[in-house]
Design a protein around this ligand. Structure first.
Ligand code: ADP
Ligand code: MG
Length: 617
């Protein structure tokens, strides 16, 4: 007896629909894409019960005539391509001609549609894939399509729908992705008949670049205080590969990746490698475990990307993925660096273009103008004569700062005669505020430096670049760390990572570790949490290849060591120690932020100060 039977078409279609329609958001995606393909400029989405009861999309696109309105629900019915070859250069979102067929198989559909050159529109009602009603009716130009009672005819699928809240969250996320990708379109979202979001076109000026429009869109979608942290990004590899968009600066981040969206030729896609490239661009700029916000549009020649590898077109495949990743990473690094320089250049420009040196108060005497002098931002110590003549007053040693507390963690001076220099230095350092911030008087305002963040960066760079020179000290009383055998087994093959960084650690018995020497910077500190942290990183990153693994752990270890060794908020510093810190900071690369991405300093501009005192409007 034969066992195989061909499924009747309506049953087969219900099964095939599973490919396209897994949850309400999938339908929303197909319908909005159809509206976009129909060149709509206004798109409204209506949702009830997280899409389970109703999904309706109303557009003002070019609509369909009566025949097409009926045909659009047939399998493989599309107006967008006529042969597979055209896929190479496709510029519409749809092309498979299966979305409406699938959707009609799993819900009750009402379609109203009209083209602009006709008076009357068409209304079609479909249930279970069969047309129940087809009438001529009055309606607006465009298309209004509603899906009621999703999976009403497939109870097995219906019960897999998630809670209303979950489906609603997916829909909102998707809706916003469309809004970001198409800032020129007016989008509205209603839930249970109530308006939830309304984003009028963000293309205020035809000439405005797409990037500016995206930032305007961010302002509509996110709270103002988030959007104001967005920086425009614009880079290209060639005519056939460009990126535009907006990314958050170093001062703003989230605890999850939900603010990161990638679009390839305006399609929202998910791609792990692109996210990693983006995060690499932020390395050392934002804290670990935090994520930026980023709207990244990748425009590529359609022949260099395959958009047909995923049933819902949520993933794509590039012919040259590395090229795209590199472009993203570099563009992000560049934009962040430029932004940081712009923000902090002024205050940390220790040698301004004219007149005064470093942190001096302004001098009006023409003899102090050095207009043609090359002005590297962190120039060497001024000559004696310059120092003398620019010195507004001698820095007096303030008894309050005299303490030994800081000695243990002070940076080993890279300039041995620091004390001599200190006595004649021209920095106008006001002092330490709240035992946490260094206050510096500048022509442009009051510059504040976070002593911990600044020294953390200094030490991080020192540990990263010169770890072989780091002086170590033998402990008179070794530190014993109790841990589990499991942890010791994890750590044992990697102890060299510690050794290379000046931490003499060995196994001591079955469940103990012994530390006999540490870098001088860490003298007297308990390293237990550092060791436990490294064990956790080893477990987390052991799937990486060995080079990557070593670099990742090393980098994290340096940041952690720097954090431990750096002077803390609340530590009292002497005048000399403060000046040493500033000098070291001058010479340090990446000095604008600490390794966790917090700023090391910022300027309270004289303008702001004067405004507060109403000296200036
Ligand atoms: P695809 O988008 O892959 O072509 P669909 O099943 O989504 O397949 O749609 C089938 C056809 O119906 C489309 O090719 C288009 O011609 C027409 N269509 C669907 N939605 C709309 C709409 N909102 N406005 C105008 N035409 C539409
Ligand atoms: Mg479609």
């Amino acid at each position: 007896m034969t066992k195989i039977k061909q499924l009747p078409p309506h049953e087969a279609q219900k099964i095939a629909a599973g490919q396209v329609v897994e949850r309400p958001a999938n339908i929303v995606k197909e319908l909005i894409e159809n509206a976009l393909d129909a060149q709509a400029t206004q798109i409204s989405l209506y949702i009830e019960d997280g899409g389970k009861k109703l999904i309706r999309v109303v557009d003002n696109g070019y609509g369909m005539n009566s025949d097409d309105a009926q045909l659009c629900f047939a399998k493989h019915a599309t107006s967008k391509i006529t042969s597979v070859e055209q896929l190479e250069t496709i510029n519409t979102f749809g092309f498979r001609g299966e979305a409406l067929a699938s959707i009609a198989a799993v819900g009750k559909v009402t379609l109203l549609t009209k083209q602009s050159d006709t008076q009357q529109g068409t209304k079609i009602i479909i249930e279970g894939g069969h047309i129940k009603d087809h009438t001529i009716t009055a309606c607006k130009t465009g298309t209004d399509i509603a899906i009621h009672n999703l999976f009403y005819n497939i109870p097995a699928r219906q019960k897999f729908l998630k809670k209303t809240q979950t489906e609603w969250r997916h829909i909102q996320q998707l809706f916003h992705a469309f809004c970001f990708a198409h800032p020129s379109i007016h989008f509205k979202l209603f839930s249970e008949d109530k308006p939830i979001y309304n984003y009028p076109t963000a293309q205020f000026d035809e000439r405005e670049s797409h990037t500016n429009n995206i930032i305007s869109r961010c302002t509509q979608i996110w709270e103002h205080n988030q959007a104001q942290h967005m920086l425009a990004i614009n880079a290209e590899h060639s005519n056939t590969l460009k990126i535009t968009g907006a990314i958050s600066n170093h001062q703003h981040y989230r605890y999850n990746r939900n603010g990161i969206l990638f679009f390839v030729n305006k399609r929202w896609i998910k791609n792990y490698s692109l996210s990693s490239a983006l995060l690499k661009g932020y390395l050392n700029v934002i804290p670990p475990g935090r994520y930026p916000m980023a709207i990244i549009n990748i425009t590529v020649d359609p022949t260099t990307v395959d958009i047909n590898i995923h049933p819902r077109k949520e993933e794509v495949k590039f012919i040259h993925p590395r090229r795209v990743e590199q472009l993203i990473k570099n563009a992000i690094k560049e934009v962040l660096e430029e932004n940081l320089s712009n923000q902090i250049k002024q205050p940390v420009d220790f040698v301004p273009q004219t007149k005064n040196f470093g942190f001096d108060v302004p001098h009006t005497s023409p003899s102090f103008a050095y207009p043609h002098q090359p002005t590297p931002p962190f120039a060497a110590t001024p000559t004696k004569q310059e120092k003398k003549s620019t010195l507004p007053f001698e820095i007096t040693h303030n008894k309050q700062f005299e303490t030994k507390e800081y000695e243990q963690t002070i940076i080993q001076p890279q300039t041995p005669n620091i004390n001599q220099t200190t006595s004649t230095t021209s920095y106008n350092l006001i002092g330490q505020y709240k035992k946490t911030y260094l206050l510096i008087e500048k022509e442009t305002g009051l510059f504040l430096i976070d002593q911990h963040a600044a020294q953390e960066r200094i030490l991080y760079e020192l540990f990263s670049t010169r770890f072989q020179d780091i002086a170590t000290t033998k402990l008179i009383f070794p530190q014993i760390i109790n841990t589990t055998q499991d942890n010791i087994q994890t750590l044992e093959p990697h102890l060299t990572i510690f050794h290379r960084n000046g931490i003499g650690i060995e196994q001591f018995g079955t469940n103990q570790l012994k530390i006999e020497s540490t870098p001088v910077h860490l003298k007297g500190q308990s390293l237990e949490d550092l060791v436990q942290q490294v064990i956790a990183w080893i477990q987390e990153y052991q799937s990486l290849d060995s080079d990557k693994f070593f670099n990742t752990i090393n980098e994290k270890l340096h940041a952690q060591m720097a954090c431990k060794a750096a002077v803390k908020a609340g530590d009292v510093l002497t005048q000399e120690q403060m000046i040493q810190l500033l000098k070291d900071l001058e010479k340090t690369p990446n000095r604008f932020t600490c390794p966790h991405g917090r700023p090391t300093g910022w300027l309270l501009s004289i303008n702001e100060i004067e405004k507060k005192f109403k000296r200036r409007l």
